[in-house]
Design a protein around this ligand. Structure first.
Ligand code: HDD
Length: 702
């Protein structure tokens, strides 16, 4: 061997060498105990640093099969990203059934109390590309694959209970309008542009959903703190064939929480992976996120008497009218071992249901049932994507489908058709009329038509109900969001058209938005397709803040420290956070940390530039008199407190920290969101205070 080709050989790289390869395990290990690097064919590789060439400075040779294989594989690593919901993050876990629901459904998953069913969940944003930032203002996907004993059931939902459109035929238009504009390929992961608002302003049915996505629901603090919804009306069918309508809800055990918009914008810069990192950290540290599955069930009489059509996905059924009954819990306790193999290749399909669950005639759901199979074929490249471990059922499965690209479940034996007369041993599977899935028998309703039902025509009443159910703070966030988004639209007529719809939702909202946009005159209200029912009772369940938690569990404290930090106080604070079920990070002028009052060197988790306060739910500034000067020199330290103040965060502080507050321009008179930490005994009280999550009283003064 030419000694020069060994110059950068793996053996010289020590611990950093990672070996892999199909046949790697079968070879003797080399220097240092590593597995031998091989090609995909299992051939041991002697040199992975240099292509084969004619002379040390000569051209590459085509006989270099190892190089060819390596570069070929690399060139084919990518698959098409999802056309929507491209950016997502998944985790494994289980669903535990509380009580049998045999009266309602024969679905196997709901037959036994305490039954645990494995699940895979993928959360996502909708509009952005795979590499977009987590805190886009957007709907979040909440897709759950239940690996039940009678097949995979996919509940492919969102964190918002309604949708933009009523009929699936408009889905491509909706998605085109919100994605990057086709001529310029921007803006990325944003609805704040002309095409989106042009489209929705011409589709009044979107108005209810518009209220939701302009609300704080569209900027959740974490996947762990958001609700999920199946959105459509589905059916449960029991063993006697009796059907009950159902809407599915996921309620986070930790309560709901969102960020404020200015925070979202800054998080996207500071940590574009904020949501995925949060889920990763929670699960890796054993703090498993949990949701309860709740059902709203109802019969045809309820459906007939309800104000809206239960088949219309732009409408919800308020919980005050039909309470949500918890029927089980979802726990996420394991991250995928390989993101691509699991999270990227997982194929959710609304048409994956199991005996005991059935569809309603919701035209959006019906259309979705056509779409998902196509998209998986496109993304995953062939009909055998169901063989991938993440997509295969965990129960036995048998059929006569065969061959195709990459088939790795291949039937054995002679029979590949049925009926056949080969007997049960070699003849393969047969239908099971009693056990198998039976579609609920339904009479057709009328002639074949392309027609939207009259009962779908009220587009404003529930939008108004949603807006009016919010606290004043949340209403302000909605109007601020509308002003922000529409200000990014270049075409004045589009802005006016949106305001003309807002006038049908709430006059004050319309006026506030018009003023925020500087519209010289209010436009005329849009002509409704049907007279709206208008004044529906408000519903507290629609507000995040009316349902806020009062604890710090699952939340994170950012502790800004300096040299000379009071070691006892810091230890007490960290203990108090942990006692409350939260986590903390120390932030310091350097990541090497600080020398504490007792002389110990305390490492930091982040340098101040990389640890802005937007990454935390509350902050504590434990500056010492001696260390204050260091902070005053650092603009990010000033931003740390100025942002925490502007984002209504609770701030614990030492006397010396007030010097930083002055420099950051905070008011002299600190409000009750600031809690002085004079001694270790103050730590618990501060963390309890932080349980309110934000000091909203600051809103007017900020
Ligand atoms: Fe969809 C993906 C949720 C309407 C067509 N959708 C997708 C995902 C979620 C939803 C969570 C990501 C799944 C994953 O993590 O892999 N979609 C919804 C909800 C809707 C909805 C809650 C309305 C209530 N979707 C909808 C319609 C259509 C689609 C009306 C088409 C007619 N959706 C798709 C798709 C996607 C998808 C193109 C893209 C990637 C994928 O399926 O796997 O087929």
């Amino acid at each position: 061997m030419d000694p020069k080709s060994r110059v950068n050989s793996p053996a010289k790289l020590g611990d950093e060498v990672i070996t892999r390869g199909a046949g790697g395990e079968t070879h003797q290990t080399t220097e240092g105990g590593y597995k031998t690097l091989t090609t995909q064919q299992g051939m041991p590789v002697a040199d992975d640093q240099n292509t084969l060439r004619q002379g040390a400075r000569g051209p590459a040779l085509i006989e270099d099969g190892h190089f060819r294989e390596k570069i070929f594989h690399f060139d084919h690593e990518r698959i098409p990203e999802r056309v929507v919901h491209a950016r997502g993050y998944g985790a494994h876990g289980f669903f535990e059934t509380y009580q049998p629901l045999t009266d309602l459904t024969r679905a196997d998953i709901f037959q036994r109390a305490g039954e645990k069913t494995p699940v895979f969940v993928r959360f996502s944003t909708v509009a952005g590309n795979k590499g977009s930032a987590d805190l886009a203002r957007d709907v979040r996907g909440f897709a759950v694959k239940f690996y039940t004993k009678e097949g995979n059931w996919d509940l492919v939902g969102n964190n918002i209970p309604v949708f933009f459109i009523q009929d699936a035929i408009k889905f491509p238009d909706l998605v085109h309008s919100v994605k990057q504009e086709p001529d310029r390929d921007f803006p990325q992961a944003q609805s704040a542009h002309d095409n989106f608002w042009d489209f929705v302003s011409l589709m009044p049915e979107a108005m209810h959903m518009i209220m939701w996505i302009m609300s704080d629901r569209a900027i959740p603090r974490s996947f762990r703190f958001m609700e999920g919804f199946g959105v459509h009306t589905f059916r449960l069918v029991n063993a006697e064939g009796k059907s009950t309508f159902v809407k599915f809800h996921w309620k986070p055990k930790l309560g709901m929480q969102s960020v404020v918009w200015n925070e979202a914008v800054k998080i996207n810069g500071a940590d574009p992976d904020f949501h995925r990192r949060d889920l990763w950290n929670a699960i890796q540290s054993g703090d498993y996120p949990e949701w309860e599955l709740g059902l709203q069930t109802f019969d045809q009489d309820f459906a007939d008497s309800f104000d809206f059509d239960v088949l219309d996905a732009t409408k919800l059924i308020p919980e005050d009218i039909l309470p949500v009954t918890p029927v089980g819990r979802l726990v996420l306790d394991r991250m995928p071992e390989n993101f691509f193999a699991e999270t990227e290749q997982v194929a959710f399909m609304t048409q994956n249901i199991v005996p005991g669950i059935d569809f309603s005639n919701d035209p959006l759901l019906q259309g979705r049932n056509f779409s998902y199979l196509d998209t998986q074929l496109k993304r995953l490249g062939g009909p055998n994507f169901t063989h991938l471990p993440i997509n295969a059922p965990k129960c036995p499965f048998h059929n006569f489908q065969q061959d195709g690209h990459m088939a790795f479940h291949n039937p054995k034996g002679r029979a590949n058709y049925e009926p056949n007369s080969w007997g049960p041993e070699i003849g393969g599977p047969r239908e099971a009329p009693m056990q198998g899935f039976q579609t609920l028998a339904q009479e057709p309703e009328g002639p074949k038509v392309r027609l939207r039902a009259e009962s779908f025509a009220d587009h404003y009443s529930q939008a108004r109900q949603f807006y009016r159910s919010q606290t004043a703070i949340e209403q302000k966030h909605i109007s601020d969001a509308l002003v922000f988004e529409l200000s990014n639209c270049e075409t004045p007529a589009i802005r006016e058209r949106v305001v003309s719809h807002l006038l049908n939702i709430d006059g004050d909202l319309a006026k506030t938005v018009a003023a925020g946009l500087g519209l010289p005159n209010l436009p005329k209200a849009a002509t409704p397709a049907a007279q709206p029912k208008m004044d529906l009772p408000t519903s507290d369940a629609l507000s995040i803040l009316k349902n806020g938690p009062s604890h710090f569990k699952g939340r994170k404290l950012g502790i800004l420290i300096t040299d000379g930090v009071d070691a006892t106080l810091l230890a007490a604070l960290e203990k108090a956070v942990e006692k409350a079920g939260g986590t903390f990070e120390r932030i310091a002028p350097t990541v090497g940390g600080v020398k504490a009052s007792d002389g110990t060197q305390l490492p930091a988790h982040r340098k101040i530039d990389g640890g802005p306060s937007v990454l935390f739910d509350a902050v504590a500034i434990l500056a010492s008199e001696a260390g204050l000067a260091d902070l005053l020199k650092l603009p990010p330290a000033r931003d740390f407190v100025a942002d925490a103040y502007a984002h209504y965060k609770f701030c614990g502080f030492t006397a010396a920290a007030t010097g930083l507050f002055d420099k950051a321009g905070l008011p002299k008179e600190l409000d009750a969101g600031f809690v002085q930490l004079a001694q270790a005994g103050d730590a618990d009280r501060f963390i309890q205070t932080c349980g309110a999550l934000r000091f909203w009283d600051r809103v007017d003064g900020a």
